[in-house]
Design a binder for this molecule. Sequence first.
Ligand code: PMP
Length: 456
Amino acid sequence: MLSNSTIELDRAHLVHSVASWRGHEKAGVRLLSSAKGATVTDAEGRELLDGFAGLWCVNAGYGQEHIIEAATRQLRELPYATGYFGLGSEPAAQLAARLADHAPGDLNHVYFTLGGSDAVDSTVRFARYYWHSKDQPQRDQFISVMNGYHGSSTVGAGLTALPAFHAGFGVPLDWQHKISSHYAYRNPVGSDPAAIIAASVAELRAKIEAIGPERVAAFYVEPIQGSGGVLVPPAGWVAALHAVCKEHGILFVADEVITGFGRTGPMFACTEEGIVPDMMTTAKGLTSGYVPMGAVFLSQHVYDTIADGAGAAAVGHGQTYSAHPVSAAVGLAVLDLYEGGLLENGVKMGARLLAGLESLSDHPLVGEVRGRGMLAAVELVTDKANKTPLPAAAAPSSRIFDRAWQNGLVIRAFAQGVLGYAPPLCCTEAEIDQIVARTRLTLDQTLADPDVRAAM
Ligand code: PMP
């Protein structure tokens, strides 16, 4: 009864993220009521394995007492401190220091935000400030990658290159440019890694030349594209594009909002490419989703240039909840868990997840399995030779999601028929095996869908 009335309240008053508002009114909300480890329980008492860690964020898993205690303690001691007027709090300073310690190279300075979108926005502002500080204010053009996702603010949505985030919003802005994605499964240059890298390097060079190298401020990359469908670039792709940026002094921004904090194995995915970005954005795993927080990492030279340049008097950028002490206390507790064996477990479970999903390759609907660490995708097709996507009539994002849900599994089902996986790093072997088994069952049911059959 409680849940029925809650569903009505939700329908009547709550506006949901990235949703058809009318569609949501019809369908009604699915309420989650509790969670523990990698399992979430809905309002009807159904237990589901969370194969997507909320929204690729609950890396530590649910119900971790160490995190809950840290948050509770901080709420009692000091629930809020502003970072304005030179004020601050102990957990914020401690967390910044520990993050700097973990970050690659000289990413020594941390600016805290509320999540990923405002972390990306902050880097755009810092990049502009940096070039003003270097007396090159004409460096005001930004480049990102097709299929990328960089948040839902106006600036971030413009850097994003997914149609649903553009149409009708007046973005991308005229200073936002794109190069093609590496998307190996559907790349016009084929799937050969060297050919993909060469094509991307050539395209970035051409784009920089077309804009004018002296006008390009920064280039944005996700080490693995997440919301675009978990697209894993060939090894060396990120490093090759980083090198092109370095030739022209263009700032290189790694958007690690999804890939950070052990999601792909190491603490930060860009370390797998041996590069040090000029700035790095993070969120999600930073607090494991327990409370909101994001973080921008600034390299020493970006920090110093701003500090001694345009920002010498004051950098006019800030938020009421930047460096929030409760979020920082949570971040510290989450780091304890990562350092205490969670990352290692994620590496082991990630290998098991990928092997398990690869074992589904024999299924008639599985076109490709890809991933790294605890981040993976299964791309479904109705014809393997022609890589024909699932028909829109089969409503992949809702029907496959529903079937998985009925089978006790939460996954991300993208509209084009790509299934996304990002389970908590605390998963056990048995849970990983269940995620795979429930996926196979879901695929079998999808194969029986009349709209899928009609397309085969
Ligand atoms: N960048 C990337 C790479 C992301 O995946 C996301 C969120 N999925 C964002 C930025 C935006 O983060 P948020 O939703 O916390 O604003």
